[in-house]
Write a protein that binds this ligand. Structure first.
Ligand code: SAM
Ligand code: SF4
Length: 330
C-alpha cells in the first residue's frame, strides 16, 4: 500500500510481549515494566489474524520483537505459523540473545534466517551493568550458534551510549572483518519510562562513523542492495566479510523512507515509533469486528502515518514518547 507520502508500507513489526529477561538501563526501569496483564496481551491467534489481513493491503515482511520474544511460551510454533501465512515472504526476529543458543535450531527449522541480536558491550562486566545482570558469554554462544547454522544476515545491534561504550566502537567494527556480521550502531532514543535516564547519553552516529573512518578505509554500500536496506546507512571496511550500518533516528531522520507499521504487545497499531498515536485493534478484535473492519482500521493507520517526527534528545521530547520500547518493539 502506497501512503500519501509515496512510501510503500509493506513491513509490520510485532511485539509479542512486553516482558523481558534483561533490564537494559536505557529501555526499562530495574523493576521491569510489565504493566500489561496477561489478558491484555494479544493472543497468538489474534496476531495471526491481523497479519493475515495486513497481507491483503500489501504487508509482506514481519519482524518478531518484544520485550524479549523468546521468553513467550510457544514462540517457535507461532513464528512458523506467521511464516505460513500466504503473502508473507520475509520473517525475521530481534532478540537479546540470552536464550538464543537453545532456540537457534528450532528457529531455523521454523523458517527464520534473518536475525538481529542486541549487544551493547563486548566487556562482560559492562554488559552485566547495562543489562542489569546479563551474561555476555551466553549471548556470544547464541551468535556463534546461529552463525554455524547458516543464519543470514546476522545483524548485531549496538546502541551507542556516551561514556559507556564509545570506547568499544572499533572493537564492534572489527567483528565484521572476519565474519559476515552486520554491526549496526543505533542512536539512543528518548522513549518510555527509562527515557529520562537517556538524557545526556546520546551519541550521534556522525561521531561513531568518524571514529571508524579514522581507523579504517570504508566503502559505502547503500544502493548496492535494496531488499533489506531499511533505514541503515551501510559501509564496509575494505576487504571485510561483513558490514557496518548506522541507524540514526535522532540526528538524521529517515522518515521519508519509513515503510513500517508496529503492532504493540497490547494490540495497538502504531504508524510511527516515536509518536504516541495508536489504533486499538485489540478492543475491536475482542468486540467481534469483521475482517473488513480490521482491514479498514489498518488502512486508517496507514492513511494517518505522519510524514515524520521531530524527536530529538531534549527534555521536551522525552515527555512525548511515553510508551515503553519493550511494548512497542524496537
Ligand atoms: N529484547 C529484544 C532485544 O533487545 O533485541 C527485542 C526488543 S528491543 C526493545 C529492540 C531493540 O530496541 C534493541 O536493539 C534495543 O537495544 C533497542 N532499544 C531499546 N530501547 C532503546 C532506546 N531508548 N533507544 C534506542 N534503541 C533502543
Ligand atoms: Fe529487554 Fe531488549 Fe529492552 Fe534490553 S532492549 S530490556 S533486552 S526488551
Amino acid at each position: 500500500m502506497i501512503d500519501r507520502y509515496n512510501r510503500d508500507i509493506n513491513y509490520l513489526r510485532v511485539s509479542v510481549t512486553d516482558r523481558c529477561n534483561l533490564r537494559c538501563q536505557y529501555c526499562m526501569p530495574k523493576e521491569g515494566v510489565s504493566s500489561v496483564g496477561h489478558h491484555d496481551i494479544l493472543r497468538y491467534e489474534e496476531i495471526e489474524r491481523i497479519v493475515a489481513i495486513a497481507t491483503h493491503i500489501g504487508i509482506t515482511k514481519v519482524r518478531i520483537t518484544g520485550g524479549e520474544p523468546l521468553v513467550r511460551r510457544g514462540i517457535v510454533d507461532f513464528i512458523r505459523g506467521i511464516g505460513d501465512i500466504e503473502g508473507i515472504s520475509d520473517i525475521s526476529l530481534t532478540t537479546n540473545g540470552i536464550l538464543l543458543s537453545s532456540y537457534a535450531e528450532a528457529l531455523h527449522n521454523a523458517g527464520i534466517r534473518r536475525i538481529n541480536v542486541s549487544l551493547d558491550s563486548l566487556n562482560a562486566e559492562k554488559y552485566r551493568e547495562i543489562t542489569r545482570g546479563g551474561e555476555l558469554n551466553t549471548v556470544l554462544r547464541g551468535i556463534e550458534e546461529v552463525y554455524s547454522l547458516g543464519f543470514s544476515p546476522i545483524k548485531i545491534n549496538v546502541v551507542a551510549i556516551k561514556d559507556f561504550n564509545d570506547d568499544e566502537i572499533l572493537d564492534f567494527a572489527s567483528l565484521t572483518i572476519d565474519r559476515p556480521y552486520e554491526v549496526r550502531f543505533i542512536e539512543l532514543m528518548p522513549l518510555g519510562k527509562a527515557s529520562t535516564l537517556n538524557l545526556g547519553r546520546h551519541l550521534s552516529n556522525k561521531i561513531v562513523l568518524e571514529r571508524i573512518g579514522a581507523a579504517h578505509r570504508l566503502e559505502t554500500l547503500n544502493g548496492k542492495r535494496n531488499v533489506t536496506d531499511g533505514p541503515a546507512r551501510r559501509y564496509r571496511i575494505e576487504g571485510a566479510a561483513g558490514e557496518i550500518g548506522f541507524i540514526s533516528p535522532v540526528s538524521s531522520h529517515f522518515c521519508q523512507s519509513c515503510n513500517r507499521l508496529r503492532l504493540t504487545a497490547d494490540g495497538h497499531l502504531r504508524s510511527c515509533l516515536l509518536l504516541d498515536e495508536e489504533i486499538d485493534l485489540r478492543g475491536h478484535l475482542r468486540s467481534g469486528c469483521s475482517d473488513a473492519d480490521l482491514e479498514q482500521l489498518i488502512l486508517s493507520a496507514i492513511a494517518n502515518k505522519p510524514m515524520g517526527h521531530d524527536v530529538n534528545c531534549d527534555e521536551v521530547h522525552v515527555k512525548k514518547c511515553v510508551k515503553d520500547m519493550s511494548s512497542i518493539g524496537g
